[in-house]
Structures are given as C-alpha cells and as structure tokens.
Ligand binder design. Structure first.
Ligand code: BGC
Length: 775
C-alpha cells in the first residue's frame, strides 16, 4: 500500500514538474482544447472514421470498428487531447450491432422492440418512454453512446418503404411519440439522433430527390414533429436527411440546420449527416451540419484544403468541433463507463411483449368473436406468415435479435392447439421456397423477397373447417430502406385473395369464425375484402415477442387499445400524394441510374408536394373522401362513453376535460383525441380539422370512469402564413372536437380565441412555384 502511494506521489510530481502541456477534454476548457487542435485533427473530428467496405480513415477504422462491432459509425479519437472515439449505432426498433464476434463465444443479441408505427399506435407516451428506457439500457450496456433513432418522417404516402420506422401521418403524434422515446433512451445517459431531418418521405432516389414543398407545408407538416421533439426532449443530436428540399441538400441547408433548428427552436446539440449524405463538405460545415458520417477521405481533404485556401472559415470549423466535443463530453465512453455487455434481455423481452399488445389495432370484431371464447381451442392456422412471423422491417431499422416468436409458437404458448398436419404443409413449403429464393441475387441491404402465399385446395381447407374451432389467417408484408413499396404490395395478391375467400366460405358454412391478423409494416388495401372475415387485428410488426403479443390479444389476456396513426384509404390512389409519388418506377430509375434522364423524371429526380398541407386525414376529412379505416380508429373489447366535456381558457392555454367511462364487460384503455376546427371567417385555407392533443386513459375496469385532460396552447392553433412569414392565429370561435377517431367525434366544444401573430424567418422558399391543393 505504502509503495503504491509512493509511486502515485511520484507520478503527480512528474506531471506537475512538466506542467499539463496539452489540454485535455473534460479537464481543460473546450476553447483551450480546440485551440490545441491542429487543422487536420479538427477535420478528422468533423468527418468520422469511415465505414468498412468503403474507404475511410484506414489508420483508425479497424480500431474504432472493434469498439462495438456492427455499430454504424464512430467519431474520430484524438488520444493526445483525451478525446475518445464514441459509438453511433442504429436504430428505431432497438440497438443494431453484430450478434456474434470472431473468436468470441459470447453473444451480443439485442431486443427487437416493436416498429415505430406500432409504438405510435399505442398513443401512449408513458409506454413509449418506457420502451425507450429499455432500448437505451441496451445502448449503454453494449458500449454504444448515441442511438440513431427515433425516425419521425411523416407517412406522406402509404407506399414509402420506411413508413414502418416512422410514426404517423400527423405531426403532433409523430412529435410527441418521438419526444417520449428520446426522453426514455436519454434517461440512461446515452444520446439519440432524431432523423431524418427533413422531408425524407420516399426511398426512391433518396440521395438525389428534390422534395419541392411550400414553406407552409414544411412548417405545419414536415418540420412540426421535429420541432415538438426538439423542444420537448432535447435530443443530443439530429440526423440530416439525404434528399434536397427546394433545391438544396438538407445537410447543406443553413436555413434548415441553423436558422430554423437552432435560432428558432433553440436546439443546442449536434447535427450529423445521414450515412454518405450530401455532396459539398464545405457547404455542410457552413450550414451547421457539424459532423459527416460515416466519413470519407475526400470530405476530410475538402475541409483541410477549404481552410487552407480560405474557402472555409476556421471559426466555422471550430464551432462545429465544439458542438461535437460537447456531445462527446456527455457520453458513457468519455465518462469511462464500464459496460457489462449483459443487458437484462429477459426483462426487455417482457417490455416488448407488453408494449406490442398495446399498439395492436382491432379493425373489426363482428359478433365479438374476439377475444376467443373459452371453448375455442383448436386453431386452423393459415398463411405463410403465421409460421414465419415478421418482427420488423429491413435495413438499418432491423435488429439482430436472438429469436422471433411466430404466431404458431405464441398460440401454443397460450395453450391453444394448432393443427399439426397443416403446420407441416406450410413449413415444408416455406423451407423449399426460401431455398429457392436464396438462389436469386439480392442486392446488399435490400429487403428479402418473401415466399408468395401458398395455394391450398378446397378440400384441404374443408378438412380444417370440419375439425377446427376457428381459423386464423395471417397476411404479411415487409419493407425497408432503399425501396418504396409497389402497388402490388399494397393490394392483396391473387393467392391471398383465394386463401381468404376459400377459408371464409368453408368456415362460415361450418358455422365457424375467421380472424385475419395483419403482420405488416405499412398500410395495405382492406376495403375490398374486409367484409369477409369476422375479425381483423392489425398486429403491425410487433418485435421479437410478436407471436406471444398477438396471442395475448386473441386470448383476451390484454384488450387491444391501439388506434391507427394513419388513414387506411379505400384505394392506394386515393391518398392526395399519390399523383406525386414514385409508383412502380423501376424503368425510370434504371434510366436515371444510367445517367440518361438526369433531373427530368418526375417523382424520381424531383417530387412536387402538390397536396401541400392535405396529408392523410387532413385531406380525406376536408374533401369528404370515403376511407376504409379513418385516422385515430381502433376498437376495444369493451366500450366507452364520453360525458361532461368542458373547456376553460387561462392565459393562452385551453384546457379540455372529459369523463370517459368503461361501459362494457372488459377492462380497457381509451385513446382520446382533441381536434380543432378554425372559424369559418379564418382567412387562410384550413383543413376541416387538425389534431392538437391526445391522451390515453389508464386501464379502466368495467364501470370505472376517468377524467381525461387535454391541453392546447392558443398559439398552437396557428397556421403558417407565407405572405407574412408568420404563424397566424385568426381570431374567432374555434370548435374543439373530442373524438374517438377523426370520424367519430363524441363531443363538440367551442372557445373564443384572440388573434395572434408570431414572426419567423422568411426561409426555405420554393425555387419555382408549384400548384398546391386548396380546400
Ligand atoms: C439510414 C439511417 C441510418 C444510417 C446508419 C442510413 O442508410 O438512412 O437511418 O441511421 O444508414 O446505418
């Protein structure tokens, strides 16, 4: 002990004798650290370390890659200044890292939580915060620092390939759910990156598409969710998107990354690019896009040369470096956290199982077929997906999980018996088809092709109808980044239609019921076939415990309380954006890739957001269009009554209260939505109604009542007026509509609101005007 103390004393003496020559991060001021950095070190720090398989900084790439194998990126370490590399890893449904490592027998599986769309379908901010807590714990315990999530782009069109990662067609739902997620993850002392900022609403040509959007639609629809998330949860970082907005790459757009994000909203963190996003490193630096990920040597060179040649002010570089250092200072790596590599996966499996049930949306339940009655035990399980359940989408939104509970397993775990003969037929078909599909070339990171639905003979179905108590049919869809979905993916295939018809006919003739389970990541067509089955449960992609979660709902262990965060249109073309969305564009994309049609192809090179603010229910409800299932819709096993609605206004805050009573036989939770409708005298073109707040009750027992409180600031009733570049509240009497969905308004209140104007910067303007939809 004495010897030890002695050597420590010597070390201290040596240090003070030489003096702390080189400033150290965390010990010296940030300005001193930055002053001590060479230009090359600064350029390295803002560029990142590269990515395996792409040229990066080979000197450090191997070393930092090994920090957490499979993580998407790292920052550049500068040891002499005490700046460690910190680890950035995907993604929205849980941490995405490699599950195994060379020469290591341990495993590093992460929990696959439900997809973003399912989380939004819970409309439960506490639940989402809790899921975020569990995800953030895995980030911490596996040694990562910043989670590249949540993703909150707007569901502009049902066919966007990444809608599963995103939340909603409505910015208030997107923003509030994202904020809850960020609070949960960051409560672990790790960071988040809200993405993709902004207007990344299609995957087709995502790295070069110019989204042409009016400032009003930007402010009210595409930026609003980010604004809410920034203000309500202070994410450590923001990830800029790949696309252009009104002619400028978002990562090179100072108006977006500085004027709006920082000056107007007060964002204090760091902005990073999406992976390989943007072109001009100097413009990105100037825009306030502090870090370029994963980093390329040519970006590093451009920055060094830019400063040397006077094209990039070193003060700009210093500013960006400072923001990165401020982020690093907060990280577990910097703080020397001793991560365990052993998060409590069992506890997290319970979190995902429970949260998934709450985001499932019961679309139909005729004759109260669900929950399955106690005498119903023998299940005929149809549809390939029942046996090959989809936990989530592909690409960076995927998670390397240890297992996926199929519906087959979930039902068995819940004590149901499943016809083994039918199971064997499906499993043999799936094995053979998967082997066949594995032979066909799949491009890197692209979604896997799934086997087509299996055809069954009428007699095979008949046999099941005579010996089973009930039929379950699962319809599945998967998608992921790089690709938008095709119309064929929206509609049911011929094989699926045949299966549905055959099963419904045979089972109904035998006096038995049919339940359809939708294991999907995005909206599909339901209008043409929804009359056939008795019940439809939209289970979304419910994470690794999916089968158990569905069984919990089917059996009545949990009453579904999810509601749709988007509209299910009758036909795909009904969405107002469908005229301006890349639909089945393969041929055109090939031409663009060959360079034969540069900057010419509508919806590939550029996309005009002509529907403007009329996205989702704002369009369907304002223009009186029929829908298959409206925004905010979802059934429960119980029923609710709304009573005694009231509103009071105090200092610019409207507080609405309503009593919600469980009038049915099951315990359940209800999602209450508050929409506002502007006075007819309003000068601006306004949607018929807009969601302004929502809340979910606790679980109410039969007969129990809860008072739900919903608050909205009068200022939040504003629309964006381009002429004056201001948020404007037209004075007058606003209707406040309390709804169980956008088309099931339970109570109407009104409030007199004074006119209000709030100036903004006049930025993000269209280069050329576009025709926009008006009511
Ligand atoms: C995705 C991002 C992701 C990044 C890193 C990109 O392809 O668009 O969402 O975070 O890759 O994996």
């Amino acid at each position: 002990m004495k010897k030890h103390l002695l050597s420590m004393a010597c070390a201290i003496t040596v240090l003070s004798a030489c003096g702390p020559k080189v400033p150290q991060l965390g010990k010296s001021s940030l300005d001193d650290v930055i002053a001590a950095m060479t230009l090359e070190e600064k350029a390295h720090l803002v560029v990142g370390t590269g990515m395996a398989g792409f040229s990066g900084d080979s000197a450090v790439i191997g070393e930092t890659r090994n920090l957490v194998p499979g993580a998407a990126g790292t920052t550049y370490p500068i040891e002499r200044l005490g700046i460690p590399a910190v680890v950035l890893a995907d993604g929205p449904a849980g941490l995405r890292i490699n599950p195994t490592r060379d020469g290591d027998s341990a495993t590093y599986y992460c929990t696959h939580f439900p997809i973003g769309t399912l989380l939004a379908s819970t409309w439960n901010q506490d639940l989402v915060e809790n899921v975020g807590k569990a995800i953030g714990n895995e980030v911490l315990e596996y040694g990562a620092d910043v989670l590249l999530a949540p993703a909150l782009n707007i569901h502009r069109n049902p066919l966007c390939g990444r809608n599963f990662e995103y939340y909603s067609e409505d910015p208030v739902v997107s923003g509030k759910i994202a904020a809850a997620y960020v609070r949960g993850v960051q409560s672990n002392g790790v960071g988040t990156s809200i993405k993709h900022f902004a207007v990344n609403n299609q995957e087709t040509n995502r790295m070069a598409n110019d989204a042409q959007v009016s400032p009003r639609a930007l402010r009210e629809i595409y930026l609003k969710g980010f604004e809410i998330a920034v203000k309500e949860s202070q994410p450590w970082t923001v990830m800029s998107s790949y696309n252009y907005v009104n002619g400028t790459y978002t990562s090179e757009n100072k108006e977006l990354q500085t004027t709006v994000l920082r000056d107007e909203w007060g964002f204090k963190g760091m902005v990073m690019t999406d992976w390989f996003g943007g072109k001009d490193a100097i413009a990105q630096m100037e825009a306030g896009n502090d870090m370029l990920q994963p980093g390329l040597p040519k970006q590093y060179e451009a920055i060094v040369k830019g400063v040397q040649e006077g094209k990039l002010d070193e003060a700009v570089l210093n500013r960006n470096v400072k923001r990165i250092l401020e982020m690093i200072l907060q990280t577990p790596h910097f703080k020397g956290y001793k991560f365990s590599n052993k998060p409590n996966l069992k506890a997290h499996a319970a979190v995902t199982r429970q949260s998934a049930t709450e985001g499932m949306v019961l679309l139909k339940n005729d004759g109260e077929v669900l929950p399955l009655a106690s005498g119903v035990n023998k299940v005929a399980l149809f549809g390939c997906t029942s046996y090959d359940f989809i936990a989530g989408g592909t690409g960076s939104g995927n998670v390397n999980r240890a297992y996926t509970v199929s519906l087959l397993d979930g039902l068995k775990n819940a004590g149901y018996s499943v016809d083994e003969g039918l199971k064997n037929v499906y499993e043999q078909y799936l094995t053979a088809e998967k082997e066949r599909l594995a032979q066909t070339k799949k491009e890197w990171f692209m979604p896997d092709s799934r086997p087509a639905e299996m055809a069954l003979t009428a007699s095979a179905i008949q046999e099941q109808a005579s010996k089973s108590d009930v039929a379950l049919i699962t319809l599945g869809r998967t998608s992921g980044e790089f690709l938008d979905r095709q119309q064929a993916d929206f509609n049911l295939s011929k094989e699926e239609q045949a299966l549905l018809q055959g099963v419904c006919k045979a089972f109904h003739a035998a006096g038995k019921k049919v339940v359809v389970v939708l294991n999907i990541g995005g909206v599909i067509e339901t209008a043409s076939w929804k009359a056939q089955p008795d019940a439809i449960l939209c289970a979304w992609q419910a994470g690794q415990e999916g089968g158990n979660s569905v069984a919990d709902v089917l059996s009545g262990k949990a009453s579904p309380s999810g509601k749709l965060p988007m509209t299910f249109p009758v036909k795909f073309e009904d969405a107002a954006s469908s005229d301006n969305f890349p639909i089945d564009m393969k041929a055109n994309i090939d031409l663009v890739n060959k360079g034969e049609k540069k900057n010419e192809v509508k919806n590939v090179d550029y996309t005009r957001y002509e529907e403007d603010i009329y996205v989702g229910y704002r369009y369907f409800d304002s223009f009186g269009k029929q829908v298959s299932y409206p925004f905010g819709y979802g059934l429960s096993y119980t029923t609710f009554e709304y009573a005694n609605p009231a509103v009071k206004q105090d200092d610019g805050l409207l507080t609405v209260t309503v009593e919600v009573k469980n009038t049915g036989k099951f315990a359940g939770k209800e999602v209450v939505q508050l929409y506002a409708a502007a006075p007819n005298s309003a000068k601006m073109n306004k949607p018929e109604k807009e969601l302004k707040a929502f809340a979910k009750t606790r679980e109410l027992k039969p007969g129990e009542t809860a008072v739900v409180t919903l608050q909205v600031k009068a200022a939040d009733l504003a629309s964006y007026d381009e002429a004056s570049a201001s948020w404007v509240v037209d004075g007058g009497t606003y209707k406040l509509l309390i709804g169980a969905s956008s088309r099931d308004i339970k109570a109407e209140l009104s409030a007199d609101v004074a006119a209000l104007t709030q100036k903004t910067n006049n930025v993000l303007k269209l280069r050329e005007s576009i025709t926009t939809l008006k009511r």
